[in-house]
Design a binder for this molecule. Structure first.
Ligand SMILES: Nc1nc2c(ncn2[C@@H]2O[C@H](COP(=O)(O)OP(=O)(O)OP(=O)(O)O)[C@@H](O)[C@H]2O)c(=O)[nH]1
Ligand SMILES: [Mg+2]
Length: 295
């Protein structure tokens, strides 16, 4: 039977860091609204993407990976995630198919019991495993919690992405449209831009450095059709500053030009990017600096 009621509401993806939540969010929305990387704890904001279909509007909330916090920033991010849980209609708990179900997954699943939302399981990155491994994984996931549904997907190949959308929408309430037709995200432009710069800066850095990088857009103006952007890239120590800048500034230059291309795609204008590296000592543990950086 065709479901001819209009449904609109909120769904969120949760899961441990690196599970593929943001990549899946972008695949569903059809535009890059969340940055992604192979480093755990990439997402630091709650990002809303809106998918408009004929009979539905799905507001998809991408959240930071839930983890054992080691800094004040980590605690803030976990709090944010739990806040979102109480506000959404459907929660998709993400389990990467290429990693065994672990303690973090059990911990997150156990926390779902108290919530009013419909809880589904999403097995991500299925392109990385063979059918036998996937079958075993699906079984392990099904034993974790009484999920309303279990959907295997690949954001990279697109396999089952529409099926997942249909499942999420099915569990949304009947409701009038929540956002105007042409809105893809409610993230402010300056935040999206700062994130694209951070994504470029994450490329090729290792160990603790990815966590130490933060970006703030200080000023933006349009002059003769060129968007001029002045942004600060923060790290926590002088030694990190030299790494980010690189020999004769080569690394920073690469980061700048990669970010500029992405920002030009986003804005559809030419972009001039002025990027400064600054040290904010131990900002991840400092309430004042966290506030300044938007946390
Ligand atoms: N092969 C494959 N790789 C994927 C897929 N989805 C995500 N990845 C990769 O997995 C890594 C993590 O993806 P993200 O989307 O940043 O993961 P996340 O869950 O948002 O991570 P946090 O924001 O740190 O919690 C990236 O290197 C992605 O390219 C997929 O369907 N297939
Ligand atoms: Mg993410």
């Amino acid at each position: 039977m065709v479901d001819d009621v209009y449904r609109a509401g909120f769904a969120c993806f949760v899961g441990r860091p690196n599970a593929g939540k943001s990549t899946l969010t972008n695949a569903i929305i059809g535009q890059k609204i969340a940055i992604t990387s192979n480093k755990p704890q990439t997402t630091r904001h709650v990002i809303r993407g809106i998918l408009h279909q004929e009979n539905s509007q799905l507001v998809l909330v991408d959240t930071p990976g839930l983890h054992r916090p080691r800094t004040l920033l980590g605690e803030r991010l976990n709090d944010l995630v739990r806040e979102v849980w109480s506000e959404v209609d459907v929660i998709g708990v993400c389990f990467p198919a290429d990693e065994p179900v672990g303690r973090g997954d059990r911990f997150i699943s156990a926390e779902m019991a108290e919530l009013k939302a419909t809880i589904i399981a999403v097995v991500t990155k299925v392109d990385l495993v063979d059918p036998a491994t996937l079958a075993k994984h699906l079984l392990a996931v099904s034993e974790l919690y009484d999920f309303a549904e279990i959907v295997p997907v690949s954001a990279v190949s697109g396999h089952q992405v529409q099926t997942l959308v249909d499942v999420l929408v099915k569990h949304l309430p009947e409701s009038p449209q929540l956002y105007p037709d042409d809105v893809m995200t409610d993230e402010p432009e300056q935040v999206l831009i700062a994130e694209l710069i951070r994504e470029a800066a994450l490329e090729g850095v290792r160990d603790e450095l990815p966590h130490s990088i933060a970006v703030l857009v200080e000023e933006m103006m349009v002059e003769n059709g060129v968007t001029k952007i002045f942004a600060d890239l923060y790290v926590e120590r002088d030694s990190q500053k030299s790494i980010v800048i690189g020999a004769k500034g080569a690394r920073l230059k690469d980061v700048g030009s990669q970010a500029r291309t992405e920002i030009e795609n986003l804005l559809g204008t030419r972009v001039y990017l002025d990027l400064h590296v600054r040290v904010a000592k131990e900002w991840q543990r400092d309430p004042r600096q966290l506030r300044k950086l938007g946390f």
